[in-house]
Design a protein around this ligand. Structure first.
Ligand SMILES: Nc1ncnc2c1ncn2[C@@H]1O[C@H](COP(=O)(O)OP(=O)(O)OP(=O)(O)O)[C@@H](O)[C@H]1O
Length: 214
């Protein structure tokens, strides 16, 4: 289980962005994290993935603190994949740094193997995002935090990417935290919604979107 207890984080000590948050994500579970802009969802994601050290509390992954000198079992994908890929490396080299994705994973994400011979600036944002995702779809990833991961994709590509990710997560018992403003998407892909950052009163439109399909 990926869990945190009493996490607080502030970019300066005067004001905390995250206050005393408890959270749990089980292996194989898909949890949605909605919330208005600026509430601290991305900050929380960065703490959970070990990019930021909380001022109070701790992140525990399968019974241990996150490693600092080896592959992190909690991987974080952002809306903009450029930040995750070295602009000076061909994409095949960036991916091979971790592992070699199977032709099946490349196929499920509709990745043209020729892209691996190109540099990041030679692909579209949506193509890059699928490569950034392939890069973390390894058995070493136990939890994936998808922060607006498919926000830039068209609806068909978004559905294709989520099918691939959910199939992979089911097969390997990977837990997923999906952060998004897109309630219909969260309703489609998650098992439950965590309301830590979404304390706003639900509008009737959102309630309608959240209602299970008949
Ligand atoms: N590096 C930083 N230094 C100082 N303040 C920051 C930094 N990064 C984010 N913030 C501030 O922290 C607050 C929370 O930002 P965060 O990106 O976590 O929110 P969010 O809920 O993910 O928002 P959105 O839905 O718009 O992505 C915001 O007020 C933001 O301006």
């Amino acid at each position: 289980m990926l869990e945190c207890k009493a996490i607080s984080y502030g970019y300066n000590d005067d004001s905390m962005i995250i206050n005393d948050v408890d959270f749990q994500l089980n292996p194989g579970e898909v949890v949605g994290l909605p919330g208005p802009s600026g509430q601290g969802k991305t900050t929380f994601a960065k703490v959970l993935a070990g990019y930021l050290q909380p001022q109070t509390g701790a992140v525990i992954c399968d019974g241990a603190p996150l490693p600092t000198d080896s592959y992190c079992p909690v991987q974080l994908l952002f809306q903009h994949p450029e930040n995750a890929l070295n602009p000076r490396w061909k994409l095949g080299d960036s991916i091979a740094e971790g592992y070699t994705p199977s032709p099946s994973i490349l196929g499920k994400l509709n990745i043209d193997p020729k892209w691996l011979h190109r540099y990041p600036h030679e692909l579209s944002g949506g193509e890059l995002q699928r490569l950034a995702l392939a890069r973390v779809m390894t058995e070493k990833t136990r939890y994936l935090i998808a922060d607006e991961m498919t926000a830039m994709l068209d609806p068909n590509t978004q559905a294709m990417v989520w099918n691939a990710v959910l199939g992979w997560a089911r097969k390997h018992d990977v837990g997923i935290l999906a952060i998004s403003h897109d309630y219909p998407l969260l309703h489609r892909v998650t098992d439950r919604i965590d309301r830590t950052f979404a304390k706003e009163v639900l509008t009737s439109a959102i309630r309608q979107e959240l209602r299970p399909a008949a």
